[in-house]
Design a binder for this molecule. Structure first.
Ligand SMILES: [Zn+2]
Length: 862
């Protein structure tokens, strides 16, 4: 699954959960499922025949079912059918079928006729609406297949699925298997579509999509591929098809295992809670993560769409072919799909430099892992709330970062051999973390098991403190490791990791060591500056001495762009944790103002903006703004605004980053006025601005925009429903309007029927992210809490809003947030809440620690 777009869902287990697992004495091997959705009434009828094996004789069988109304249930075995008495356990989401005569061990068939609802909560079998009609679609992961059909709804219970659907004449249906027949009836005005049986797979990967979807067809290595949308958006499917074809062929080759599920359909769904979902052979997406207008798309959207498709196709192997035994090991699905997603992209579009995006993702995971309330990659989860919480930055970006580190250490080819061997060994079955690292260790003969255990089973991230001592012809590198906690003055538990560390001298070749003790010494040839994260692949922070950082800044040309991103991240972490004064970072950032890599400008700009927002006192603000203009203005002037439309994507991205930094951070009135002119031109003619620059221009114009401009943005939203990317350019600019009356309009708009439920949380989180609307948005969240819970439910939107509360910076607010959620608990976002509170307290401590050094630095800055 691709997480919600709103924010990483990040979190802690509160109370011990009641066990809800099935007993494992009855094993399903085959489901035959029939569904008849009624789109007008938002209900469906279902029939399920489940072939099972009983390990021992029984008079009762328990399986999962939620919000299903059973009409009839029987258990057939040995040629006799017995009617079953059914009892439901709503809390455990199970149904127990009890029969009079004992069913012997061996094969049996459970038959259930039932009714269900097509809900409006975007989970299970649900109703989506667009273009004045309804659609019936599914989202089963993690534990919602039980809302569509009675099932053994745990990933270990793999079985084959034969699906058929009786639907309205004129509508089409898509499911996991290829369509094998389409016959009129049997009821009047209906036709029945039947799909081929699937290979063995888990229940959370079942998909059904019913409506008037239309598709663009292609293929890769003789596997048919279609990209489908509602009829009005078919023109926007070409980019996704091109990407999917390249990626499927790439993965066939990489894994050495041919795509295992026959056909591949990829669908844009009008209402969708997650970002995308890797259902076997029928991947579903939010429209904005799949549909691209190739003439007008920004680089960010093209990259994001290609990357999410790549992630979901990778899941067909990581997750669908080999599935985790239980949700504790969700990192085997999500971390692996995240890690490998950039591979086909790097081959397809080398100019995108996706390795820099990977480096930025590692930085975001490190930021989360610097909290005391982070979690280990593998933790025990039991309930649906706990399971839904672990689809977070730890499962995705941290795991991916750790895998990149290990891959760099053992080499790409050895790593690929290990991956392929692991997938072949567990194909069509299930695996746990141990299965992966045992196989990798065997294939590569390197200590992957020790490294992974230390990273998977303990929370947090190490900081490696590096001090070098020149002995004439060589350098003694003294290395100390400890757990890193990013709050000034905070203590950390004693922990050590087995870490592959690759050093390089700024004039030499990298060499790798695997320290596993609190203190160790290594030797390097020569006495040049030592950089302790060659290729930027290490999942750890490095602490240099302040003179060491200045020396590296002086020889920064000897570092690759990925390494510069890592160095900037390390130094920012030293500031956040109070180890270094902030001036060391700001000087390093200023030395990279002319760096031509957009990802580096991005890394610098976001932290300079953070400093302005939270740390610079009002009296020093004008001076700091002038420093931003003086340091970063010349690079922007050299690029020009809006500059040439034929500039490379890299130059366009860098221009957008610098424009945002200088116009808003530098408070440059002339650039703000220019952005307003460009926004007006863009609304009159969308071809007047390059797609990569347009979102930034719209947000800058909005920041000082009045009601008249706001009205024009809202009018654009009404006009652009058929063009997802451009719609969200205006939608995402709304939180930038800071006039208090306009903030209130955005809040009311967020909960109005004009905004899809899937997008409400994003808009409110956007307002919480802005200093001038933050208080109003928090007041609104508290006042309208029942409305929000009713509209969003606890699995979508709400965790994103709770996470966004972490952008406050006052201890009083942290206390308020804690109190509010004591009275209004959200079990699916317990850890998100703890992390948001820790972020607020961390920020408050940072202000106290850095205000005096920052004042002194600004006073001396030129
Ligand atoms: Zn995923």
């Amino acid at each position: 699954m691709w997480k919600s777009v709103v924010a990483l869902l990040l979190l802690l287990v509160a109370s011990p959960a009641a066990a809800q697992r099935l007993s494992g004495t009855v094993l399903p091997d085959r489901y035959a499922l029939w569904f008849a959705p009624d789109l007008a009434k938002a209900t469906f009828r279902g029939r399920a025949a489940i072939g099972v094996q009983l390990k021992s004789p029984a008079t009762a069988i328990t399986l999962h079912a939620a919000e299903l109304d059973f009409v009839e249930a029987t258990i057939d075995s040995g040629g006799t059918a017995q009617a079953a008495r059914v009892t439901f356990d709503a809390k455990a989401e199970t149904a127990t079928l009890t029969v009079a005569q004992e069913v012997p061990a061996g094969p049996a068939t459970i038959r259930i006729t039932y009714n269900g609802i097509l809900n409006d909560k975007l989970r299970g079998f649900y109703l989506s609406k667009a273009n004045g009609r309804s659609y019936a679609v599914t989202q089963m992961e993690a534990t919602d297949a039980r809302r569509a059909f009675p099932s053994f709804d745990e990933p270990i219970y793999k079985a084959t699925f034969e699906v058929s659907l009786m639907i309205d004449q004129g509508d089409t249906a898509i499911s996991n298997g290829a369509q094998v027949s389409d016959a009129p009836g049997p009821e009047a005005g209906k036709h029945t579509v039947t799909f081929a049986a699937t290979p063995k797979m888990s229940t959370y990967l079942v998909a059904m999509i019913v409506g008037d979807f239309v598709c663009r067809s292609g293929s890769a290595d003789a596997t048919p591929i279609r990209v489908c949308s509602t009829p009005d958006k078919l023109a926007l499917t070409g980019f996704a098809l091109e990407a999917a074809q390249q990626q499927l062929a790439f993965y066939n080759d990489y894994f050495g295992i041919r795509y295992p599920f026959g056909k591949l359909d990829i669908l844009a769904i009008p209402d969708f809670a997650a970002g995308a979902m890797e259902n076997v052979g029928a991947i579903t997406f939010r429209e904005r993560l799949l549909l691209v207008d190739q003439e007008r798309a920004s680089l960010g959207v093209r990259k994001n769409v290609a990357s999410v498709i790549s992630h979901e196709i990778a899941h067909q192997w990581f997750g669908n072919l080999v599935t985790m035994k239980w949700w504790d090991d969700i990192w085997l699905n999500e971390g692996f799909a995240t890690w490998i997603a950039s591979r086909p992209l790097a081959a397809w579009r080398p100019e995108w430099k996706v390795e820099l995006d990977d480096a930025a993702d590692t930085q975001s995971a490190l930021g989360l892992d610097a909290l005391r309330s982070t979690r280990a990659i593998r933790i025990h989860v039991e309930t649906p709330d706990e399971i839904n919480e672990v689809f977070d930055g730890i499962a995705y970006e941290k795991t991916a970062g750790v895998l990149r580190m290990i891959e760099g250490f053992v080499g790409q080819e050895a790593f690929r051999t290990g991956i392929s061997s692991y997938l072949k060994k567990f194909a069509y079955g299930n695996a746990a973390g141990e299965d992966f690292w045992t196989e990798m260790t065997r294939v590569t003969s390197r200590p992957i098991d020790r490294i992974l255990q230390s990273y998977v089973e303990q929370p947090g991230v190490p900081v490696l403190s590096v001090e070098t001592k020149c002995t004439g012809t060589s350098n003694d590198i003294n290395l100390a490791q400890a757990r890193f906690v990013g709050t000034p003055g905070a203590s950390a538990p004693q922990q050590t990791w087995t870490v592959p560390v690759c050093f390089k001298s700024t004039d030499g070749q990298p060499r790798c060591e695997v320290p596993d003790r609190p203190k160790q010494t290594f030797t390097a040839n020569g006495c040049a500056n030592v950089f302790a994260n060659a290729e930027g692949r290490g999942y750890y922070f490095t602490e240099y001495t302040p003179p060491g950082v200045r020396a590296l800044a002086g020889s920064v040309k000897g570092l690759k762009p990925v390494e510069r991103i890592s160095l900037l991240g390390d130094e920012w972490a030293m500031v956040r944790s109070g180890r270094h004064d902030i001036g060391v970072y700001l000087d390093l950032a200023a030395s990279l103002a002319g760096d031509e890599t957009a990802a580096i400008t991005d890394a610098i700009a976001s932290r300079i903006g953070f400093t302005l927002e939270y740390l610079v006192p009002t009296a020093q603000r004008a001076r700091y703004e002038a420093w931003i203009r003086a340091r970063f203005g010349p690079a922007l002037t050299a690029l020009g605004v809006p500059g040439s439309a034929s500039d490379s994507d890299e130059r366009q991205s860098r221009r957008a980053e610098l424009l945002n930094l200088v116009a808003l951070g530098g408070n440059d009135a002339a650039l703000q006025a220019r952005a307003k002119e460009l926004a007006a031109q863009y609304m009159a003619n969308p071809m007047s601005l390059p797609g990569t620059l347009a979102p930034t221009v719209l947000r800058i114009a909005a920041a000082s925009g009045d009601a008249a401009l706001y009205d024009r943005y809202v009018a654009q939203l009404e006009k652009l429903g058929g063009q997802p990317e451009e719609y969200y350019r205006f939608f995402n600019a709304l939180p930038a309007f800071s006039d208090p009356a306009l903030v209130q309009r955005t809040l009311k708009f967020a909960v109005s029927p004009a905004v899809r439920t899937q997008d409400t949380g994003q808009l409110i989180a956007g307002l919480l992210g802005q200093p001038r609307s933050r208080d109003a948005a928090w007041a609104f969240v508290q006042a309208e809490w029942p409305t929000l819970m009713k509209k969003l439910g606890t699995f979508q939107g709400i965790p994103g809003i709770i996470g966004a509360l972490g952008s406050f910076c006052m201890r009083d607010t942290a206390a308020q947030v804690r109190q509010f959620f004591m009275k209004n608990p959200v079990p699916s976002a317990e850890r998100t809440l703890q992390q948001a509170i820790e972020r607020i307290e961390n920020c408050a401590a940072l202000v106290e620690r850095q205000s005096s050094p920052l004042n002194a630095w600004i006073a001396a800055a030129r």
